[in-house]
Design a protein around this ligand. Structure first.
Ligand code: ADP
Length: 593
């Protein structure tokens, strides 16, 4: 918001400065052109005035005039006729001769109704000037016809005495008419400030400053403007530019609409002094163009500043955006790196924890193993000790039959201990060997062959139901066979405990990318206690010598190493069910650990 205010203020200042500069430059050039035009007007006016200046003086040499004034040899009529001819040739308005008292003795307009002949013009300024031996110049309004004109007078002297005065009246209105065509109004003011010539007719005989009482009195006496009312020129000065130039406006109280049309708005009033009479030429030039140009400059400058700032801001925002994006990318990269580091750390921690757990698990197994082992080996060892002691005594007695029988039992005990260690060797071999593709049909056939004596002994019935699409699994075939033999054997054992006709069923079923192999029986099922410790090494409910309690622990280990699961549950109909889940070929590979 502050920035916006600042920019708008800057644009406004730039606009104002440009406006002022434009105005100053425009007015200076307008003044130049006004001066040039005024010089031109002054030249034509001077030419118009000066070309008659010599004429009154020349009349001093005119014999007719001299005859009239000095010798009385010429009659007034003769001289008037002579002046009439002269007036026609010189193209002046009137030429006339005044006597020493200021009476018109002869005049070119003697024939006209408003003839000056006999009139007393001693009150005229031009007469008094010439009467005192000086040329007179005077602009005034005629008393007879009320026609304005420029009067030039000269004394007619003889032997140093002024005998009379020669006067010519020149019409300057022609000049004024030619100025009317100019678009800019021009006026010529006399030394009272009264407009004696004006291109705007309504301005003629108006004063640009109020006339003092003395001046008014004088004008009344000399009848310079023949009693015409001198109205003030309704121009208001707006600004003074220099001694000869100011900005003015028309106050609008004028009467003629034409005038108002011509001078509406602000004008440059440029003045130029003219001649020795104290006359002044004033030219009024419209300033519309100057101000519209100044406004244009102001608009352009403000717009320029605004667009400059808009460009600056958009450039800054774009840079900021790029910087933000780069920063965000950097932060993202950092976060990513941090995350990766954390993942690595966690993975390491997990691996360490896992390693610790595995180690702890191993220790626990070793503990269990040693307890079980001690338990299992203790009995045969005690028996061996007793037997061997007995045998020595029987040998000393010479009872060789008993010695033989004892040695046979010792041999059996050593065999069972050997069987135990061989099973332990299997358990210790963690690696399940090579992974591979196991054909369930072949494995089950082989397992049933191995179990044939037991099946036969317990008169058990085995049902095999293999699904067509679940005949193969990913696992080492020998290991899997070992597992299946163990599960079937347990099932036959369990079923035969309470059935005269034990029934065991083995089936396979495809489950997506896995195969489930189920072994269930019609035995007593699994008690809560048994379920809890089922897969622990050396857990058995069987009599010593029949079971070591390692079967399920080894089976679990094998299945896990094949990337599968082994679970046990009770059937709703009674009996236990053991389920092996293994990857189907084409899914996961059987892994070795
Ligand atoms: P062992 O067969 O040497 O006892 P196992 O690890 O194979 O060792 O089995 C552990 C115990 O699990 C068995 O002693 C038995 O109590 C129980 N068990 C295994 N299979 C079954 C089954 N199908 N029904 C009931 N109990 C079972």
């Amino acid at each position: 918001m502050l920035l916006l205010t600042l920019i708008v203020s800057l644009a406004a200042i730039a606009g104002m400065v440009a406006y002022r500069v434009g105005e100053a430059l425009g007015l200076a050039s307008l003044q130049d052109s006004a001066r040039q035009r005024l010089n031109l007007y002054a030249l034509t006016l001077r030419h118009e005035v000066e070309k008659y200046e010599y004429l009154p003086k020349m009349l001093e040499l005119d014999q007719a005039v001299v005859g009239l004034l000095e010798r009385g040899t010429q009659s007034s009529l003769e001289v008037s006729r002579h002046l009439e001819r002269l007036n026609e040739r010189a193209k002046t308005r009137v030429i006339y001769i005044l006597g020493r008292q200021g009476h018109v003795l002869a005049t070119s307009n003697w024939q006209q109704a408003d003839s000056y002949l006999g009139e007393d013009l001693s009150y005229r300024h031009y007469f008094s000037e010439a009467r005192q031996g000086r040329p007179g110049f005077f602009f005034g309004v005629g008393t007879t016809r009320g026609e304005a004109g420029y009067y030039i007078s000269a004394p007619i002297s003889l032997a140093g005495h002024v005998m009379g005065v020669a006067v010519i009246k020149v019409d300057l209105d022609r000049l004024q008419d030619s100025w009317t065509h100019a678009q800019a109004p021009v006026i010529v003011s006399d030394h009272y400030g009264v407009a004696i010539l004006s291109s705007v007719p309504a301005w003629k005989f108006t004063a640009n400053q109020p006339l003092t009482e003395d001046v008014q009195q004088y004008l009344r006496e000399t009848r310079q403007y023949n009693g015409l009312p001198i109205a003030p020129l309704d121009l208001l000065t707006q600004k003074v530019l220099s001694r000869d130039a100011q900005l003015v406006s028309w106050s609008g109280t004028g009467t003629e609409s034409e005038t108002e049309d011509q001078v509406r708005g602000l004008f440059l009033a440029q003045t130029l002094p003219f001649g020795a009479n104290g006359w002044t030429l004033t030219l009024f030039l419209p300033t519309d163009l100057v101000y519209s140009m100044a406004r244009l400059y102001a608009g352009l400058a403000a717009l320029g500043i605004l667009s400059f700032f808009v460009m600056l801001i958009s450039w800054y925002l774009r840079r900021q955006q790029q910087r933000d994006r780069a920063l965000a990318r950097l932060q993202l990269e950092r976060a990513h790196a941090q995350l990766e580091r954390k993942v690595e750390e966690r993975t390491r921690t997990l691996e360490e924890t896992q390693a610790g757990l595995i180690h702890a698990g191993k220790l626990a197994v070793i503990g269990q193993l040693s307890t079980g082992l001690a338990h299992e080996l203790n009995q045969p060892l005690t028996a061996l000790r007793t037997l061997s002691g007995n045998t020595i005594r029987f040998m000393e007695r010479g009872d060789l039959d008993t010695v033989r029988a004892n040695l046979k039992r010792i041999n059996d005990l050593v065999d069972s201990m050997g069987a135990l260690t061989s099973q332990l060797k299997q358990f210790a071999r963690k690696s399940p060997g090579h992974s591979g593709l196991a054909d369930l049909n072949a494995i089950i056939d082989h397992a049933l062959l191995i179990l044939e004596p037991s099946i036969h002994q317990h008169r058990a019935t085995i049902h095999v139901q293999l699904a067509d699409d679940a005949g193969r699994v990913l696992c080492n075939p020998n290991r899997l066979e070992q597992v299946i033999v163990n599960l079937l054997s347990n099932a036959i054992d369990a079923a035969s405990t309470q059935n005269a006709h034990p029934v065991v069923q083995i089936s396979s079923q495809r489950q997506g990318q896995q195969v489930a192999i189920r072994v269930h029986d019609n035995g007593p099922g699994l008690s809560e206690e048994v379920r809890l410790h089922l897969f622990e090494p050396f857990f058995t409910t069987k009599d010593s010598g029949t079971g070591l309690g390692l079967g399920l622990a080894i089976s679990m280990s094998i299945i896990q190493h094949c990337g599968g699961r082994l679970t046990a549950d009770n059937l709703p109909s009674g009996g236990a069910v053991f389920t092996i889940v293994l990857p189907f070929p084409g899914a996961e590979k059987c892994t070795t650990h």
